[in-house]
Write a protein that binds this ligand. Structure first.
Ligand code: 26M
Length: 826
């Protein structure tokens, strides 16, 4: 049975906008600035949201469903305005209402800062998951930090990345609710005092600590068309006001100042690292801060309507988004034992049944470890608990393996202990302290089981499972690509909005000439839209009829933007030396932020910009290739880019990309993948068929063999392959920079050992030729219009598996076991 759409009162909305402009700003519509109009409209939408939000809370209070707390240092939400309208099924009426007020909905949307409380894949996944949780009607809280400054804004100056603070809260956030009545205290430092109380219980009390007040801000997460509104709860830190300044003795005064400083620093800024750990003290403080506040809240919420804390796990589950929130394991133990007097064994039973951990990477530099002395100084009581968890676990290892033939028990302890070499190993704590460990794509989970976490898998195989990532079609098709969304609905109806497997039905159209033409015409329009953006932002004119070849993602050596740009350099040389050779015009589009201290990554950005500068201005090239680096790649411009992509570059060194999710977003929008057999690419190819993707390069097995044997020598390739030699030499022969030494570090990384790294540790030279070949095949395929249209359409038709709705349903069925909320949609 078809569900009735949510109702939305267009006239009320219009009146509400006018009223808000008046009461917020004392202005008429004519006088209000675009930002003020956006705010007024956003508050009008919030009114509509709040009703659904209250209904959801009421339903939850009555039905008492199990709740998932998705604990994450990052939520890369992107703009809320348009997305909220879509999920309220109010986009069209609001667009009309704004039209009638003489306003363009797109321009209003553009006034919203793009909330970037995340680095990349991991943070965006969290955002997609919240959208799916609400859409599927599950009770969920996202728990995170309200960073004052999110991911830095990137400016390109003279081809270099410059980081500028992201002041997203400058004008306030109309969608948030400050919940000071729910504030919690979080304690740092001091020491643990142990004594026996009047009932003979051993009490551990933290004393001499610093304390901050954690204040939550709630953001609504709206389910699609079902009246369910979940909550993203992000915490801000405030100083505790408890002393009278004049009554201070010296010590108190000092301490009060320190507490104030701590509170003001805690939530200042998101660390802009992705797949790399810096080990900064403030980062650990951030982690404990939001975890302590969130765990306290979850426990209190449970006890509001239950009295047996031993059954917390029946109504509560914590999903830890990578190891960053892993102190939750020890914090829950602390609360259960110190505040509710559970025995160790009872507390451990509850904790392991409540916590679950997702691993997002096998990159060794991303494995989170903390020096014991830092950890102990900052979190003395938590450290005691971790120490005891470790002691018991090491004991368990010994009991399991001593006496087993051929097993080196010491080696097992070395590889699995939580405390080792004076470090706290957060992944080990997360595995031991929970009941589920999952990777984010089949290949990734296999690599975890067979290599990185092999010893854990052998000891506790029942904990391990795979949850292949997904993305939300509401944002990445409906909002990003309304033309295609409407076309799909016209062909197969609109069930795909909440059931992406319906896209399958588009397979009926892949050979239909009319459908092919319509599909490619929509792609062309989206390419025109992006071309306008590029002209406005880069001052570069690109041809919408050329192949739009897109690599947008964080800049990291393992993602191999360098491989991509090296082949562009090679092509440039090729065209210059064979001016009459046929070459299908191509626009190479890059977008990427580099971690602020990651020099190789930053130099790669400079290289891309330098190559762009030379090629785009070389008349010999006659516009056959253009290179564009899109400044400040983020969710809002990503939506334009995905919709316009013909070719999706997913070229990580096999085994290194846990999953990837940009690959899915481009597939959904009808781009064809050129990629390695890595992460979720493997599953994408499996769905769409090898003939509808361009796969090249070493397999993960081969990469891992080379790594093990240390028998890869890129210099041999350089000396024997003239194409490779040409491309590399162009780094240092002055073609792209007057200063021939500028790109020498990149050249050196490819040919020599640098620091502790192997030469060309990401196998760029090894994969160079097969990558060139795959690109050649792409140009040939694109030249055949019908063939390409069919391939592109097949990609959209086969993307059903990659909805985050499917991923979330798997978490629910296999790990979380949540109950569906019953909310009457109005
Ligand atoms: C760690 C310490 C200090 C500061 C920042 C970090 C940190 C932040 C983000 C480390 C890693 C972070 O993210 C890793 C990440 O985004 N991984 C990606 O996760 C995606 C979702 O599962 C996958 O699709 C990608 O393959 C994976 O790289």
């Amino acid at each position: 049975m078809k569900k009735k759409p949510l109702s939305f009162d267009k006239d009320l909305f219009k009146r509400s906008v006018l009223y808000n402009v008046k009461t917020l700003y004392r202005k008429t519509m004519e006088e209000a600035t675009p930002q003020e109009i956006y705010q007024a409209a956003a508050y009008a939408i919030k009114d509509a949201i709040v009703d659904h939000w209250m209904t959801t809370q009421k339903a939850a209070a009555e039905q008492d469903p199990k709740i998932v707390y998705y604990m994450s240092m990052e939520f890369l939400m992107g703009r809320a305005f348009g997305n909220n309208l879509i999920n309220l099924q109010a986009y069209k009426p609001v667009k009309e209402a704004l039209d009638e007020l003489g306003l363009d909905v797109n321009l209003v949307e553009d006034q919203e800062p793009d909330p970037a409380l995340g680095n990349g894949g991991l943070g965006r996944l969290a955002a997609c998951f919240l959208d799916s949780l609400a859409t599927l009607g599950y009770m969920a809280y996202g728990c995170g930090i309200r960073y004052k400054y999110g991911m830095f804004r990137q400016q390109i100056k003279d081809g270099y990345q410059v980081e500028v603070p992201d002041t997203w809260l400058e004008n306030g956030n109309p969608f948030e609710l400050r919940r000071s009545e729910l504030a919690k205290e979080v304690k740092f430092g001091g020491y643990v005092n142990m004594f026996t109380d009047e009932y003979g219980r051993t009490i551990f009390r933290q004393e001499g600590y610093q304390v901050v007040r954690a204040v939550p801000y709630d953001l609504p997460v709206i389910g699609y068309g079902n009246g369910v509104v979940d909550t993203l709860r992000i915490w801000d830190a405030e100083p505790i006001q408890c002393f009278q300044l004049d009554s201070f003795d010296k010590g108190d005064y000092q301490k009060a100042v320190e507490q104030e400083n701590l509170a003001s620093q805690l939530c200042e800024v998101l660390y802009p690292n992705d797949n790399h750990i810096a080990g900064k003290e403030l980062r650990l403080k951030q982690q404990y801060f939001f975890i302590s506040a969130s765990v306290q809240t979850a426990v209190q919420r449970y006890l509001r309507n239950h009295d047996d804390i031993r059954k917390l796990y029946e109504k509560t589950v914590f999903q830890l988004n990578d190891t960053h929130p892993t102190v939750a394991v020890a914090e829950l133990m602390r609360i259960l034992m110190d505040d509710y007097y559970l025995s160790w064994d009872d507390a451990w039973d509850v904790t392991t049944k409540t916590c679950c951990y997702t691993n997002h990477t096998i990159m060794s530099e991303a494995l989170e470890k903390w020096p014991v002395d830092l950890f102990q100084r900052l979190l003395p009581r938590i450290y005691q608990i971790v120490d005891e968890i470790n002691r018991r676990f090491v004991d368990q290892i010994m009991r399991t393996y001593s006496g087993s033939a051929g097993i080196d028990v010491q080696a097992k302890i070395r590889s699995m202990a939580i405390l080792y070499d004076n470090q706290v190993k957060m992944a080990h704590l997360a595995i031991v302290g929970g009941h589920s460990v999952n990777g984010v794509a089949k290949l990734h989970t296999e690599i975890l089981k067979q290599r990185e976490l092999k010893d854990f898998y052998e000891m506790m195989p029942e904990k391990f499972n795979n949850k292949t990532n997904g993305i939300t079609q509401r944002r990445f098709l409906m909002h990003a690509n309304p033309l295609l969304a409407d076309w799909v609905t016209e062909k197969i109806g609109d069930d795909w909005i909440t059931d992406l497997s319906q896209m399958d039905k588009l397979k009926d159209f892949v050979n239909d000439k009319k459908a092919q033409a319509e599909f490619m015409d929509i792609k062309l329009k989206n390419k025109q839209r992006l071309a306008e953006y590029i002209l406005e932002h880069n001052g570069v004119k690109v041809d919408p009829k050329s192949i739009f070849d897109v690599q947008v993602k964080r800049l990291h050596e393992y993602k191999r933007q360098l491989l991509n740009i090296l082949t562009v350099m090679y092509k440039y040389h090729d065209i210059k030396s064979h001016p009459n050779k046929d070459f299908y015009p191509k626009t190479y589009i890059f977008g990427a932020k580099a971690a602020a201290g990651y020099l190789t990554a930053k130099l790669t950005i400079k290289l891309i910009n330098s190559v762009a500068e030379v090629i785009n201005n070389d008349p010999d090239i006659k516009g056959k290739i253009k290179v564009v680096f899109i400044e400040d790649y983020r969710v809002s411009n990503a939506e334009l880019i995905f919709a316009a992509a013909d070719v999706s570059e997913q070229i990580s060194t096999a085994s290194k990309e846990a999953s990837g999710t940009g690959n899915m977003k481009m597939m959904l929008n009808g781009a064809v993948t050129i990629g390695t057999m890595d992460g979720a690419n493997v599953e994408i190819v499996n769905e769409v068929g090898e003939e509808n993707a361009f796969i090249f390069g070493l397999s993960s097995q081969e990469v891992m063999e080379y790594e093990k044997n240390g028998n890869y020598n890129p210099m041999d390739i350089y000396n024997s392959d003239p194409n490779v030699k040409k491309a590399l030499d162009m780094l240092v022969d002055g073609t792209f920079s007057k200063d021939k030494e500028l790109f020498r570090p990149l050249y050196n990384c490819l040919l020599n050992k640098v620091g502790g790294n192997r030469a060309d540790q990401y196998f760029i030279l090894k994969d160079f030729e097969s990558y060139l070949e795959a690109q050649k095949k792409i140009s040939d395929a694109y030249a055949d219009k019908k063939r390409w249209a069919k391939m592109a359409l097949m990609n959209t038709a086969c993307c059903g598996k990659f909805s985050s709705d499917r991923t979330i349903q798997e978490y629910v069925d296999e790990v979380w076991h949540l109950d569906k909320l019953n909310v009457e949609a109005k």
